[in-house]
Design a protein around this ligand. Sequence first.
Ligand code: NAP
Length: 264
Amino acid sequence: MDLGIAGKWALVCGASKGLGFGCAQALVREGVNVLIVARGAEVLEAAAAQLIASGEGTTGASVQFVVADITTVEGRAAVFAIRREFDIVVTNAGGPPTGDFRDWDREAWIKAVDANMLTPIELIKATVDGMAERGFGRIINITSSAVKAPIDILGLSNGARSGLTGFVAGVARSPLAAKGVTMNNLLPGAFDTDRLKGTLQGAAQKTGKSLDAVMDARRQTIPARRFGTVEEFGAICAFLCSQQAAYINGQNVLADGGAFAGTF
Ligand code: NAP
């Protein structure tokens, strides 16, 4: 299927690896030009080279990168100094740490809200009016299945991301919707990324079990009996960015191998 977005420009945040990289790769394969962002220069540069290899020559997509912390004012300014207008924005940054809510002070909460709620809102604010003027726009926020099925030790994530989810639910239905701009949240369950491995490694150390045993036990909690791949995640993102997805707006799209045990 031709998604009809070749030649568009996408800003993909947190894209040197993991889910963000999967989204960037799927978009480049559709001929979308991408500006990718992450803090670590070396991994980001290698990711850009990989994207160029997968896209250029075949789809003609351009790949740019900027080393920046997207959760800071300076980081976002560095991005918009390179390019001001985007047709597609994929918001993403690292998730907040796990823990006990009794240990989280105001600073911990502000950091989580800044990264996982206010940063996507700032990126939306900076780009959607231009999208509306041009008659096409796609905002994809990478959030978490924890928004739908909260996990107690992920309180910072549950709270901050739910705030973003409520905000997006309102703005997606604003007059922007009649001007070709859609906003959707993409909710990952367990995907095979460094972050997931890091979390499971922590659980292994705590329990004294091997990483393999902890990973196997985790897979057994998922009806699909496996973790999702970044390619699968990227493909969903690219579809939500497509011309064909123009009537999908204000939704929370869960990708979790059936782990959420609810009818809706
Ligand atoms: P990952 O493999 O650790 O990749 C995170 C990417 O984001 C890296 O490229 C990282 O590069 C970049 N990044 C992190 N903080 C950043 C910042 N402040 N500014 C710019 N770039 C930043 O993580 P992932 O598994 O893809 O997860 C992506 C998001 O999905 C996270 O918010 C995570 O909580 C959420 N999530 C993931 C899963 C899962 O199973 N994987 C499940 C639920 C939710 P640098 O560190 O170099 O900046």
